[in-house]
Design a protein around this ligand. Structure first.
Ligand code: FCB
Length: 485
C-alpha cells in the first residue's frame, strides 16, 4: 500500500516535470532563431474555465472595531488565553478592510477571473439579527464594485465561521439557523444586482465539530455526541434556509451553492470494486453534512449509528436542507483511502501510514489524486449542474531570500500535481467549472495563527507589504495558458 502510494505520487511528479521540460527546446530554438511551434499544452482546461483565488473575512480584514462591526465568536476565542498559536488574533490580519484596492490589484496582476471572499456577518448585523449596519454593507459594495471594474467575478461566501457573538446559544440554538437565513436574504437583496454566485456556508465539519466537539476552533466547546449532532443539524439547516432566503430575495438567475470539505476517499487501486467502495465511503462518511444536503435526508446508516444521539429534526427541516443548489463548491486538500470490503458498509477505510507525506500543517497530507476523486464522486452520486473547487492550496515554510524572493518550489509542486489531477476530471467531462486557489495571500490561519502561510503572495505582517511568491508567477502562467504549466 505504502509502496503503491509512493510510486503513484512519483509518477505524477515525473509526468508534470516532463511537461515542464518541453518548454526547454522551444526556448533554445527561439534563441537560435529557428521558428518553433507554439507550446502545446496537453493539460489544457475547457474554454471559460474560471481561475480564481479565495480568502475569508476574519482571516484577512482586520478592522474588527470599525464602522459598527460587532464581535464574532472568533474575536472572543482568539483573545482567550492559549487558544491560538502565539496568542495570534485577527484584529489586524492583512488589514484588507483598508487595503482591499491593493488586493484587487494583486488579483488583476494574476489575471484572475474570479475572487472568492466572505462577508463578515457581524459587520452586517452586529447583534446577529435586527437592524442592518449600513457602513458594514457599504464596505462589501465597494469591494464588489472594485472587482467588477476589473472584470473579476465576485463569489461571495456568507458564513466563513465568524458567527456574531451576540446570538444566544450560537450554533447550539436552532434560532441561529433562522437568523442566518434573515442575514443571507438581506445580503442577496443588496448585492445580487452585481454578484451572480453566493455560497451559504464554508466547511460544516470545521465550525461544527472543530468548534463544538474537539474545541480546537471557536467557540472551543467539547460537547456530548447528541449536542454535537444537533449543532451539525443546525449548520446544514442554516444552509438550506439560506438557499431559500437567497432565492426569495435575489435577482433571477443568481447561482446559489455552498463550499464544503467532504472527506474524500481515493480507491486504493483503480479497479471497479475499489472505486465503488470509495464512492460508498464518500457518501456514507459525509452523511451528516454534504450527503444530507444533496439528498435531503440522513442516510439510514447514519441514523442507526447515531442511535439515541441522532439529531432532533423539526417538520420541514429536511426539505429545506435538501433545497436544490446550482453548484457544489468543494474545498479539497488531503486524501483518505478506501478499499472494497465484505462488511455491511461495503468499504474499509485504510489507516494512514506514518510516513505519508505532508506539508507543514500537520493535517495537510499530500495526495493530488484526491481532487479528481472529489469531483468524480460528487459528480457521479448527485449530478450537480456545476462543481467548483472553492479551495485548494497548501502551507509552506516560506522564507524570503536576500533578494526579496520567496521561491516556494514546494507549493508549486503541490499545486501543479493537484491541478494535473483536476484536469483529469475536466477531461472526463465532469462539470467542474472553476478553481479557487487558497489563498491569495498569507493570512490568519485560525488556531495556527500567522505561523502557517498559505498565500501565493507573501505578507510581511509588520509592514503589510505583499510580495508575489514564485507560486504567484506560476499561477499567472497557468491562468494565461488555461493549462497546467
Ligand atoms: C480551510 C478553511 C480556510 C483555510 C484553509 C487552509 O479549511 O476553509 O479558511 O484555513 O483551510
Amino acid at each position: 500500500m505504502e509502496a503503491l502510494t509512493r510510486r503513484q505520487f512519483t509518477q505524477t511528479v515525473a509526468a508534470a516535470a516532463a511537461l515542464g521540460a518541453s518548454s526547454g527546446p522551444a526556448t533554445a530554438a527561439r534563441a537560435r532563431g529557428v521558428p518553433s511551434a507554439p507550446p502545446t499544452h496537453t493539460l489544457a482546461f475547457p474554454n471559460g474555465f474560471l481561475w480564481g483565488c479565495a480568502t475569508s473575512a476574519y482571516q484577512i480584514e482586520g478592522a474588527v472595531n470599525e464602522d459598527g462591526r460587532g464581535p464574532s465568536i472568533w474575536d472572543t476565542f482568539a483573545h482567550a488565553a492559549g487558544r491560538t498559536a502565539n496568542g495570534d488574533n485577527g484584529d489586524v490580519a492583512d488589514d484588507s478592510y483598508h487595503r482591499y484596492p491593493e488586493d484587487v490589484s494583486l488579483l488583476r496582476q494574476l489575471g484572475a477571473k474570479a475572487y472568492r471572499f466572505s462577508i463578515a456577518w457581524p459587520r452586517i448585523f452586529p447583534g446577529g439579527r435586527g437592524a442592518p449596519n449600513a457602513a458594514g454593507m457599504a464596505f462589501y459594495e465597494r469591494l464588489v464594485d472594485a472587482l467588477l471594474e476589473h472584470s473579476i467575478q465576485p463569489f461571495v461566501t456568507l458564513f466563513h465561521w465568524d458567527l456574531p457573538q451576540a446570538l444566544p446559544g450560537g450554533w447550539q440554538s436552532r434560532d441561529t439557523a433562522l437568523a442566518f437565513a434573515e442575514y443571507a436574504g438581506y445580503v442577496a437583496r443588496r448585492l445580487s444586482d452585481r454578484v451572480r454566485h453566493f455560497m451559504t456556508t464554508n466547511e460544516f465539519v470545521c465550525f461544527s465539530d472543530l468548534g463544538h466537539k474537539i474545541g480546537q476552533f471557536a467557540p472551543g466547546l467539547t460537547l456530548e455526541p447528541a449536542a454535537v449532532n444537533q449543532v451539525r443539524h443546525h449548520a446544514i439547516l442554516a444552509h438550506g434556509l439560506g438557499v431559500q432566503a437567497i432565492r426569495a430575495n435575489a435577482r433571477r438567475g443568481t447561482q446559489v451553492g455552498l463550499a464544503d470539505n467532504p472527506k474524500v476517499y481515493v480507491p486504493v487501486i483503480e479497479t471497479p470494486a475499489h472505486i465503488d467502495a470509495a464512492q460508498r465511503a464518500f457518501r456514507e462518511e459525509n452523511a451528516p453534512f454534504l450527503t444530507a444536503v444533496m439528498e435531503g435526508r440522513y442516510t439510514d446508516r447514519y441514523l442507526e449509528r447515531a442511535g439515541a444521539n441522532a439529531p432532533r429534526v423539526a417538520a420541514g427541516d429536511m426539505r429545506a436542507i435538501g433545497s436544490a443548489v446550482d453548484f457544489v463548491g468543494l474545498n479539497v486538500y488531503q486524501p483518505d483511502y478506501a478499499s472494497a470490503a465484505s462488511s455491511a458498509d461495503g468499504y474499509a477505510i485504510e489507516p494512514r501510514p506514518t510516513s505519508f507525506p505532508r506539508m507543514p500543517s500537520p493535517w495537510l497530507f499530500i495526495g493530488p489524486e484526491v481532487i479528481y476523486w472529489a469531483v468524480r464522486h460528487a459528480g457521479r452520486l448527485w449530478h450537480p449542474p456545476a462543481i467548483y473547487i472553492t479551495e485548494n492550496g497548501c502551507s509552506a515554510d516560506d522564507v524570503m531570500d536576500a533578494g526579496g524572493r520567496v521561491n516556494d518550489t514546494d507549493r508549486v509542486m503541490f499545486l501543479r500535481n493537484y491541478l494535473s489531477q483536476l484536469h483529469r476530471a475536466a477531461a472526463e467531462g465532469l462539470p467542474v467549472k472553476g478553481y479557487f486557489l487558497w489563498s491569495l495571500m498569507d493570512n490568519f490561519e485560525w488556531a495556527d495563527g500567522y505561523q502557517r502561510r498559505f498565500g501565493i503572495h507573501y505578507v510581511d505582517f509588520a509592514t503589510q507589504m505583499r510580495v508575489p511568491k514564485l507560486s504567484a508567477d506560476w499561477y499567472r502562467e497557468v491562468i494565461a495558458a488555461n493549462a497546467v504549466v
